[in-house]
Design a protein around this ligand. Structure first.
Ligand code: CU
Length: 134
């Protein structure tokens, strides 16, 4: 009897904690707007689209499918280096907190044109005053 009641209380407490965690999590990232997922393909020797434009502060979600071979997706400026196994839609998620134009490239050797397999990530500076984060 008592044990059952304790279990219910623990269950309710856990629920409250999860709710708070969700609320706090949302409040800690006010600048990130959800932003739709961007579908990309990678094939010898290009990315499509080769230019990805987002807004500063966006939560960016790229879903990249390597069509013909294992490739990789590397954005050095953002510390991203994701393997793209052939045929598997692979999600790359990050917050575009730095404005500017950043090159991305294939990071998995895929043939003679590998070193030409590049693109650009363009992060447009937030037009309004950015939130005052120290
Ligand atoms: Cu490649």
């Amino acid at each position: 009897m008592l044990r059952k009641r304790v279990r219910v209380v623990i269950f309710l407490l856990a629920g409250t904690l999860v709710t708070w965690a969700l609320i706090l999590g949302q409040e800690s990232a006010p600048a990130a707007s959800p932003g739709a997922a961007i579908q990309m393909t990678a094939r010898r020797y290009r990315f499509d689209p080769a230019v990805v434009t987002v807004k500063q502060g966006d939560r960016v979600k790229l879903i990249i499918t390597a069509a013909d071979h294992d490739h990789g997706f590397k954005v050095a400026a953002y510390g991203i280096d994701q393997k793209l196994p052939k045929g598997v839609p692979t999600t790359v998620e990050f917050t575009a907190d730095k404005a500017g134009t950043f090159p991305f490239e294939c990071s998995n050797f895929c043939g003679l044109g590998h070193s030409k397999m590049k693109g650009k990530l363009m992060v447009e500076a937030a037009s309004s005053a950015p939130p005052s984060n120290p």
